[in-house]
Design a binder for this molecule. Structure first.
Ligand code: ACO
Length: 269
């Protein structure tokens, strides 16, 4: 029987996707990376999915890459196998970064090294106070690859990024929130309720606008002001092509019907 390395349930518009190798602390082997890509494919355009949440089964979110299967056994097969394994891992993280639906990392426990790839790929991240994060690469003699260095440079201050990467020290969820590696940290017992609350807020918004907005946030980060201004005009006009009525309805309910105020909440879809 093949191990179900990742699993999901869909409930009330939320796809709850889980790393599912709890006995191996959800470290990412090639089978898990392939399965995650399949799951992302399966869920992206389903009408009953509005938000995707990524969590881990058991005590870990993800203990990073599988040092045995992803590194040692793959390296033994040569460069072709290494590049294939990398493209499978990086592939689903990239797919997640540009996913068609908003995504939330729900970090319930251990999060190491390669785990920072999918962590960063999720649009929002909420951690348990009890969760533990580290760039542990330095502890076994490599640099933080697979994008992990880029993740901490993008999210943390240079001093915190440098300290985190050079020492390999653990930080808990609270410190991860203070360092802006995640949006918030709260007791594990309250984590799922808070993530459900945030997902429910997103489910009320126009889905075309959510996708356009999340892409815009990531894209404009690398642009000059003028380029961003131009990109945003084009991005909104492209969104109009996919959603002719949504924003008009949003204006109508405010201006004509006076049934809501955009400053205080979303229009009724
Ligand atoms: N790669 C391969 N196997 C792993 C990994 C991993 N990253 N993490 C855990 N496992 C395996 C263990 O070898 C063990 O297997 P076994 O039951 O066959 O002996 C099983 O998962 C359980 O692990 P334990 O160490 O017994 O679990 P414990 O709860 O005591 O500790 C912890 C959890 C701290 C996460 C520990 O497993 C650990 O340090 N894992 C490695 C974390 C890490 O540094 N990952 C690499 C980051 S760098 C990168 O991703 C490129």
């Amino acid at each position: 029987m093949t191990e179900e390395t990742a699993a999901f349930d869909v409930e009330n518009g939320i796809a709850w996707v889980r790393f599912n190798r709890p006995d191996k602390r959800n470290c990412m082997n090639p089978a898990l990376n392939r399965r995650m890509m399949e799951i992302l494919d399966e869920l992206e355009f389903r009408d009953d999915v509005g938000v995707l949440v990524l969590s881990g089964e058991g005590s870990a979110w993800s203990a990073g890459m599988d040092l045995k299967e992803y590194f040692r056994e793959t390296e033994a097969k040569g460069l072709g196998a290494i590049r294939k394994a990398q493209s499978e891992a990086y592939g689903w993280w990239r797919r997640l970064r540009w996913y068609g639906k908003p995504t939330i990392a729900m970090v319930n426990g251990w999060c190491f090294g390669g785990g920072y790839g999918p962590l960063f790929a999720c649009d929002l991240a909420f951690a348990a106070d009890e969760a533990q994060f580290a760039l542990s690469e330095i502890n076994w003699g490599i640099l933080p690859g697979g994008g992990a260095t880029k993740v901490v440079v993008d999210l943390l201050s240079m001093r915190d990024a440098m300290y985190h990467a050079l020492t390999g020290e653990l930080i808990d969820g609270r410190k991860a929130a203070a360092w802006k590696l995640v949006n918030e940290s709260l007791p594990l017992a309250d984590l799922k309720a808070r993530v459900t609350e945030v997902a429910t807020i997103l489910l009320k918004k126009n889905p075309i606008a959510l996708k356009a907005t999340k892409d815009a946030i990531r894209r404009v980060a690398e642009m000059t002001y003028d380029n961003a201004e131009d990109y945003l005009v084009r991005a909104q006009e492209a969104a109009n092509f996919h959603d002719n009525e949504g924003r008009k309805e949003g204006i109508r309910q405010f201006i004509d019907e006076k049934s809501y105020k955009p400053g205080l909440g979303a229009y009724d879809k």
